[in-house]
Ligand binder design. Structure first.
Ligand code: C5P
Length: 222
């Protein structure tokens, strides 16, 4: 089989990474979490004392920022220049500022190139916002994963509780909506469903149900 490409896009906290990881393990494909890449650049800006809206300085930072993934259980590990930043990139500060950094043209073109390189040499399940529309427009399967904002906030709330983090459900809901708004309204490759993407609504569905639905779609095409 030549390299196979599965693109999974959708709004924040729709379950993309959970589903993509399980599918990648099941099919023995490489899982590429593109959101983690944008988060890592955002964290690199923070660590270097660069303001999140300083496009020029962030542009310069790109060439000095190595991003590497390593398999890990239960989560894939993410490295910024050899430092494990897996947990740090999920902090509220990074989450609430990543959309600004991800809107810059140079950030996008640099990371899109890195993402395409991985997809050129591996069969991949890649999740993000612009995979089906921009990164891999010829992907074999495109899925657009959605869920109601209430359910997405509930899922994030439960994840936080499990991690011992106290958050207010309404605040989480507003943060999710604000991030979706920024991601869908930016100029370059905004979050949007590709014309040939299959819409999968995960509201009220279990992880197993969603995984088997998408696995069926993929297995019928391989
Ligand atoms: O997927 P995740 O929620 O971790 O993504 C974090 C942020 O990275 C998104 O809110 C978006 O601003 C940005 N992103 C993007 N394009 C992608 C993946 C993520 O702009 N392909």
């Amino acid at each position: 089989m030549t390299n196979f490409q599965v693109a999974i896009d959708g709004p924040a906290s729709a379950g993309k990474s959970t589903i993509a990881k399980i599918l990648a393990t099941k099919l023995n494909f490489v899982y590429v979490d593109t959101g983690a890449m944008y988060r890592t650049i955002t964290l690199a800006a923070k660590k270097n004392g660069i303001a999140y809206n300083d496009e020029e300085k962030i542009k310069k930072l790109l060439s000095q920022t190595k991003i590497r993934f390593e398999p890990g259980t239960p989560v894939q590990r993410v490295f910024l220049n050899d430092t494990d930043v897996t947990d740090e990139i999920r902090s509220a500060e990074v989450t609430n500022n990543v959309s600004v950094v991800a809107s810059f043209a140079d950030v996008r073109s640099n990371l899109v190139n890195r993402q395409r390189e991985i997809a050129n040499s591996n069969s991949v399940i890649m999740d993000g916002r612009d995979i089906g529309t921009t990164v891999l427009p010829e992907a074999d399967i495109k899925i657009f994963l959605v869920a109601s904002v209430d359910e997405r906030a509930q899922r994030r709330y439960k994840e936080n509780v499990a991690k011992g983090i106290t958050t207010d459900l309404e605040t989480l809901k507003h943060e999710i909506e604000a991030r979706d708004y920024k991601d869908s309204h930016r100029q370059i490759s905004p979050l949007t469903q590709a014309k040939d993407a299959i819409l999968v609504d995960t509201t009220g569905k279990s992880i197993d149900e969603v995984v088997s639905k998408i696995a069926n779609i993929i297995e019928n095409k391989i």
